[in-house]
Design a protein around this ligand. Structure first.
Ligand code: NAP
Length: 516
């Protein structure tokens, strides 16, 4: 297939008034359609349910963004039966045809870009730049996995013995259950689904209860792009009600999950049990939480380090699995960097994302607001709060201001995933001590080092226990095809989304040998 080489989708420039006007128009248009209803989609048919999932605007919880269907085991069973049947034909559809559908989905999403940004603002509370980076990432996943499938469609080269031909190629696996978190609803739902689909599998997609409407919008994109009925099924509902059923069912071939460690481990355990009629070992791709650290040594460019700590800690209110939630500073530069970070974070503008200048929006939900508030209470007891206020009651939006605690390395706030705009700052004696503190975590997702010392960088290159390590820059915003993403330890199975090893996780490798 003749295609231009892969490149990342450019971000929108919101200093351009044309883009601002388009965004405002999209906010108005989407704003006028809030409160809509979105039934399940199984086998191309809209399926009504008795219950509903009500999704609200986290910046204004009294505003209903939409109501989606609420799957029970009955609908989960329908979806499994439909996806199993649809697999027969889809798995025999040519890789080229599947890739073309993904490329078309990318084009559809590009055409609907501002609309998606507006849904992200209303349902996810995302500032414009963050929303845009995420929609660009979703487009990248579609473009990249389409090309990856074309690269892998005939298998890969292996050796043969004389007189024989040896072939090594990939084939689709079966029904995949895709379960996503709320923090990157457009990108993660699109990416996990696109990889599974282009590899020839059928998908049951369960979005987070907090971003089910965006899930419905992603489903519309796949439908508009021409994914056949039953190949992609939209199954909103509560994880606690349908999750175990979907994961445990014998028809499920693999589970592609992104979310918390607690849920990921539960899925891993349940999927390992064989249920009656099950003829395979389920494959589990789970990507989970983080407690990501940035280490700054005494040789670093301190201004730049402070700017990037602030960006990495507070982008999307710290609700990124890759967010810097620990800054580990060499004692010689501790005071100076801390002061710069506090000053930088103080300048961030907090508010509902209805203009381009908002840096920090609300946290996603009431439970998340309560959780983050609880950690701020802990931090108040455990260390010194250098920035931030005690959160209010959240009734006028789940806003939490950027918060900084100076704490000892063993403090709870410096060890548990908070997933909010809370940064813990820890002092280290020297670089080895800083790296030891950074690695003293069950998680291992992202990490950063700011240094001009080659020895330190080389040591961190090998010894920093994280799946994605960044030197002298921010640690968030992994680019598809450029910074394949996935964690070590309790951060996941290191699947490296957006990388060259990702698609084979969704396929079975087959060896066929013919003697002549
Ligand atoms: P979560 O509570 O674990 O939920 C994730 C998804 O799992 C949701 O769709 C949820 O449904 C579903 N779920 C809940 N219980 C389930 C069960 N028993 N079986 C199957 N599915 C079930 O996580 P979250 O709060 O949405 O997301 C935040 C977490 O995601 C953080 O820990 C963050 O670090 C992590 N994350 C990791 C990455 C990465 O690439 N490593 C990327 C983004 C986010 P409901 O919404 O209905 O509960």
């Amino acid at each position: 297939m003749g295609l231009i080489p892969y490149k990342n989708e450019a971000y929108l420039d919101f200093s351009d008034e044309k883009n601002v006007a388009e965004m405002q128009a999209a906010l108005k248009k989407v704003g006028d359609s809030l409160g809509g209803e979105y039934p399940l989609v199984i086998g191309g048919k809209r399926v009504e349910t008795d219950g509903e999932v009500i999704s609200v605007n986290p910046a204004k919880p009294s505003e209903v963004v939409g109501r989606t269907g609420r799957a029970t085991e009955r609908e989960a069973d329908m979806a499994l039966a439909t996806a199993t049947e649809a697999f027969e034909k889809w798995s025999r559809t040519s890789p080229e045809a599947r890739a073309r559908i993904m490329l078309r989905a990318a084009a559809v999403m590009r055409r609907r870009r501002f609309e998606f940004l507006a849904w992200e603002a209303y349902e996810g509370g995302k500032p414009w730049f963050e929303a845009d980076a995420q929609v660009a990432e979703a487009i990248d996943f579609l473009e990249y996995y389409a090309r990856e499938m074309l690269r892998l469609k005939d298998g890969v080269e292996i050796y043969a013995i004389p007189g024989e031909e040896s072939r090594y190629f990939y084939r689709p696996m079966g029904v995949g259950v895709v379960i996503a978190p709320w923090n990157f609803p457009t990108a993660i739902l699109t990416g996990m689904s696109a990889a599974a689909l282009v590899a020839g599998n059928t998908v049951i997609m369960k979005p987070s209860e907090f971003t089910s409407v965006i899930g419905a919008k992603v489903a519309e994109v796949f439908e508009e792009a021409g994914v056949p009925e039953g190949v992609f099924n939209y199954l909103p509902g509560y994880g606690s009600e349908v999750g175990d059923y979907l994961v445990g069912d014998a028809r499920t071939r693999f589970i592609s999950f992104t979310g918390s460690m607690q849920t990921g481990l539960r899925i891993n355990e349940l999927a390992a049990k064989q249920t009656p009629g099950q003829r395979w070992i389920k494959r589990v791709i789970v990507e989970m939480g983080g407690k990501d650290a940035m280490v700054i040594d005494e040789s670093a460019d301190l201004d730049s380090a402070a700017v990037d700590i602030v960006k990495s800690a507070y982008g999307y209110s710290g609700q990124k699995c890759s967010a810097a939630s620990r800054a580990i500073l060499h004692e010689k530069i501790y005071d100076e960097v801390l002061e710069k970070v506090v000053e930088g974070a103080r300048l961030l503008k907090i508010g509902a994302p209805d203009s381009a200048d908002i840096n920090v929006g609300p946290v996603i939900s009431e439970p998340q607001f309560e959780k983050v508030s609880g950690y701020i209470n802990s931090g108040n007891q455990e260390g010194e709060r250098l920035l931030g206020e005690n959160p209010g009651d959240g009734k006028d939006g789940y806003f939490v201001s950027p918060t900084i605690f100076a704490v000892e390395e063993k403090a709870r706030v410096a060890n548990e995933e908070i997933f909010g705009p809370v940064l813990s700052v820890v002092k280290a004696r020297d670089f080895s001590d800083a790296l030891r503190i950074a690695n003293d975590s069950p998680y291992g997702l992202t990490g950063g080092v700011y240094s001009r010392n080659r020895e330190h960088l080389e040591k961190a290159r090998h010894e920093f226990q994280a799946g994605n390590v960044y030197f002298n820059r921010t640690i968030t915003g992994a680019l598809v095809g450029v910074q394949p993403f996935g964690g070590f330890g309790m951060s996941g199975t290191d699947s490296k989304a957006g990388g060259p090893d990702y698609l084979p996780l969704h396929m079975l490798a087959k060896t066929v040998v013919e003697r002549f």
